[in-house]
Write a protein of this length. Structure first.
Length: 276
């Protein structure tokens, strides 16, 4: 290692041991704190007999482990990914943004935005690692800068998802049906359900049934299922400049709701002959 200017990067073997110890202590302490919070939160939910909320908390742990493993895999395989070379003309197709010939504007954007992200200072040193494919007159499959951008995307996805799950558990722990419907509306719903589905049981516990249904739906809401991951990958694939993916994606929930309404209308029409 050369003893150059003050901005030269220092390897771990030349870093003071107290610096490594302090940084490691802080990281371990934060990790243990989060783990203890989740642990005692789970014990509290079990004590209060909130099994659906407890299972949602377990989903949070699973998502943290999965996203952490993805982040670790990207970090460990970084050097190997940088040595995967492809033809240069392949890098000019299916781009999310049009390439700007003015490289200074790109550098200025990266310096201002990613300097706020942990590890963002090393985004602009990728040129030193692009020489492997450059010597072969090819381009790396994923540059170091793009790899760090992907890493940042996963980090933001993890923080956003865990935050939403925590808020879901928080609001799910509140009293259900609180201020949602009036007594008259609830009585009407209960009477209509019993008249259609439980004519022979007028004392059917409709409230218990609704709680059970809500708990079952709650289990489906939390967590990222495999098809949501597939949707993320497809969106990253189709987010091409000029395709307006953000516009067309807004119609997906609308189409899903139309499909559900069609299914409900079909069930309703099929039950009409039995009422005549």
């Amino acid at each position: 290692m050369a003893g150059g200017g003050g901005d030269q990067e220092t390897n771990l073997e030349y870093t003071p041991t107290w610096v490594v110890a302090v940084v490691s202590t802080v990281i371990v302490a934060i990790s243990l704190l989060v783990e203890r919070i989740l642990h005692y939160g789970g014990k509290y939910l079990l004590k209060k007999k909130q099994k659906p909320l407890y299972e949602a908390l377990q989903k949070i742990k699973e998502e943290l482990m999965l996203l952490g493993f993805i982040s670790l895999l990207l970090t460990v395989s970084q050097d190997r990914i940088l040595k995967i070379c492809i033809s240069k003309h392949l890098t000019n197709h299916w781009l999310p943004c049009i390439k700007d010939n003015d490289a200074k504007e790109t550098v200025h954007f990266l310096t201002n935005f990613f300097s706020l992200v942990p590890g963002g200072r090393c985004l602009l040193v990728g040129s030193a690692n692009s020489g492997y494919c450059g010597a072969k007159d090819k381009a790396p499959l994923l540059s170091l800068t793009a790899l760090h951008h992907l890493h940042t995307f996963i980090f933001v996805l993890a923080v956003s998802h865990v935050t939403l799950l925590a808020l879901t558990i928080l609001f799910g722990g509140l009293k259900q049906f609180f201020g949602s419907v009036t007594k008259l509306d609830y009585t009407t719903l209960r009477l209509g359900f019993i008249m259609i589905h439980c004519k022979g049981n007028p004392k059917f516990n409709f409230h218990k049934y609704m709680i059970r249904v809500l708990e079952a739906d709650f289990k489906k809401v939390v967590g990222i299922s495999w098809y949501l991951w597939l949707f993320v990958v497809l969106f990253l694939l189709l987010n091409v400049h000029g395709w307006h993916a953000y516009f067309w994606i807004a119609f997906i929930p609308f189409g899903i709701h139309l499909t559900e309404l069609k299914a409900l209308w079909t069930v309703y029409l099929s039950s009409l002959p039995h009422r005549v």
